[in-house]
Design a protein around this ligand. Structure first.
Ligand code: NDP
Ligand code: 8X3
Length: 253
């Protein structure tokens, strides 16, 4: 196989697990993230299995994105898969108590970053002619609201609808589009969201048997390697331990 995947946010969690599994499965990899030390280590670890290019990239910086993807080395010109994974949640406070800067960072990363990377790579994906795919990482938060989810939920709802609309525009090009919406998953996501609160991290995952990044990597590989005539539009995945609560009703005393 001679296929190349771009994975954004490959320095931890889903992106890192996907990088390892796709390398094992023979994909060439373009891996991005802001933490250069981690990218260097990942390249050292995976380069004996496949061709790896790492790009130190903040998805909030569109100029960086354009420059990086315009000047790809010869071996990495053709791109067959984009996994738009880089993203984050910040804060769990109610909207009226939340920090506007955190809201804007989520919008800049999860919406503007994802769309900037997609825009930069669409011409290469369309040119691939090789059963190309875009897999956008949404979330159950984009489908089901919860207290304190406010802007994070909104950004992931955007990812879902953008993915569907993108499919309409790409009809006839052969490029597939999927929105994968995971539920409770154990990763640094929760440390980022809580500003490094390890107690909150432990409390959230304790006894929950949450999704592991490797579970998501398996799902991503399955989607990416489906026959060229199949498109998974949306896929929601939760741990068995997670389900829904009744609606909240505030009653007058
Ligand atoms: P992690 O925190 O482990 O990984 C997030 C990745 O995104 C890191 O590699 C980080 O790299 C990268 N990233 C964040 N901000 C930027 C930025 N501005 N520019 C470039 N890269 C960035 O979290 P997960 O693996 O859990 O999350 C991956 C995706 O999955 C996110 O979109 C998240 O919203 C989504 N998700 C997570 C769930 C969960 O419960 N964990 C459930 C559902 C969806 P670096 O810091 O090096 O830049
Ligand atoms: C992350 C899942 O439920 O913590 O996207 O928002 S949740």
């Amino acid at each position: 196989m001679n296929k190349t995947a771009v994975i954004t946010g490959a320095t931890s969690g889903f992106g890192l697990a996907a990088a390892k599994l796709f390398a094992q499965s023979g994909w060439n990899l373009i891996l991005t993230g802001r933490r250069s030390d981690r990218l260097k280590q990942i390249k050292d670890d995976l380069s004996n299995q496949t061709k790896v290019l790492t790009l130190i990239l903040d998805v909030c910086d569109n100029q960086q994105i354009i420059a990086a993807f315009q000047s790809l080395p010869a071996d990495f010109q053709s791109i067959d898969l984009l996994i738009n994974n880089a993203g984050l949640a910040l804060g769990t406070e109610a909207a009226q108590e939340s920090d506007l800067k955190q809201w804007h960072t989520m919008i800049d990363t999860n919406i503007k970053g994802l769309t900037s990377v997609t825009h930069a790579l669409l011409p290469r994906l369309i040119a691939s002619g090789n059963a190309a795919s875009i897999i956008n990482i949404g979330s159950i938060a984009g489908r089901w609201p919860y207290p304190g989810g406010n802007v994070y939920c909104g950004t992931k709802a955007f990812v879902e609808q953008f993915s569907l609309a993108l499919r309409c525009d790409l009809a006839g090009t052969g490029v597939r589009v999927t929105c994968l919406a995971p539920g409770l998953s154990e990763s640094e996501f929760t440390l980022v969201r809580t500003g490094g609160d390890k107690q909150a991290y432990d409390a959230l995952y304790k006894g929950a048997n949450a999704i592991q990044p490797e579970d998501i990597a398996e799902t991503l590989l399955w989607i990416a390697q489906l026959p060229a005539h199949l498109n998974i539009n949306q896929l929601e995945i939760m741990p068995v331990s997670q389900s829904w609560s009744p609606f909240a009703v505030q009653r007058h005393q």
